[in-house]
Design a protein around this ligand. Sequence first.
Ligand code: UDP
Length: 470
Amino acid sequence: DAGSQHPHVVLFPFLARGHIPAFLRLAGLLHELRPGITVTLVSTARILASLSLPPTHPPIRLHALPFAPADHGLPPGADSLADLHVHQFIAFFQASESLRPAFEGFVSGIRSPVCIVADAFFGWTADVARAHRAFHATFLTGGAFGFAVFFSVWEHLPHTRAAGDEFPLPDFPSVVLHRTQIPRYILAATGADPWSAFFRRVISFCRKTDAVLVNTVQELESSGLDMLRRTFGVQPWAVGPILAAPTTPSASHDDAGIFRWLDAHPPRSVLYISFGSQNSINADQMTELARGLEASGRPFLWVLRPPLGLDAKDGFKPEWLPAGFEERTAEANRGLLVRGWAPQVRILAHPSTGAFMSHCGWNSILESLCHGVPVIGWPLGAEQFFNAMVAVEWGVCVEVARGNMETSVVAMAAVADAVGTVMGETEKGGEMRRNAGVIARAMVAAWEGPRGSSAVSLEGFLGCVETSVR
Ligand code: UDP
């Protein structure tokens, strides 16, 4: 590709299931704006092999980097966060930096101008870019407010009880957080532990990047984007929503059965429940949620993952749910439990889906709202607490619980209540559905024609890259 007028774009998503689809979709959008552009997705061989790109996917090169998780005390073959328990995450984040020499070797072998677009957790790629005169962009697959607050919380450690239960963020005093919104491992962080050190590095690298792309919409998150500008020192480009293709294959169950079941229910009547690709609630919470669902009297489709700290490979234990729960709700045609990977985007797009009980992962929020489906929030970790704040501010979310520790209690009555409010013919429910429709239209408008705000933004970004590498 020497002599090509476009930069060679090297996409480098973090090794986590939720991060890769957005990078793939970004590759497609780059191709639409610059047909013929060379885009390479870099990851581990196993992750690349697991991608099943549809034949219609725009041309993308794949480049595999060697990765040996066992060298870092991790299970061999574990090269995605989804393969690990939470307590192994920090070792995994640290291990991921061992990709650096191979990544650097790949970048230095490209003869045309290079633009690296890397995950925030691969911030060290900014140093690689500098050494090889490449342009460096950070692509945040999460939302603007969520990331700005998450980084800021990491920068101001420790969060001790002395601060009280509620405290304003030093960087952004108008943002007031409650202790229950600080992930447990951040509450435990002293500043001198491995997590603190890791995030200190991530944040310091943020300040070396040349540009920031964010999976959000300018009109919906202008204040969050402003906060991010202060974090990174450059004006972020809002290029969202960037959504996964609805065709992600699912291995472990019968999708057709799910859609037959949904087809048999009235419009907007079903509550969809999922806590994302790597989180789960604890066994007591599962039981209480199940009882609340029964009490709500509404149909539900629940993607079950084993409770916190347990492994799906050990099988599902009946004691995680109230006795007879699955049989009772199945017989009444009221409940469908899905074990494994659910076709989430297609479920949210189905007319029978009326609300989404979600851990508020950013992809989940975008996927729900772009289909006009309001959210019952149960944030569990990372920046999910702050994503939930954004959705509450948009008027499309009520929070039912926070966290998945033993200390986070959810009451059956609260579940039934929230489900009734959001899905029922209540004033609040109607307002949330209307607001979700407004957000959905804003998301469509962002990519409608060349004048949509995200189309303008991605074009602006490319222009900036082309000028700087010329
Ligand atoms: N997802 C899915 N089926 C599942 C669980 C998750 O398709 O059973 C997809 C979901 O559609 C979303 C992504 O996985 O695109 C999860 O991303 P999110 O940011 O919501 O949460 P994370 O998993 O990163 O915590």
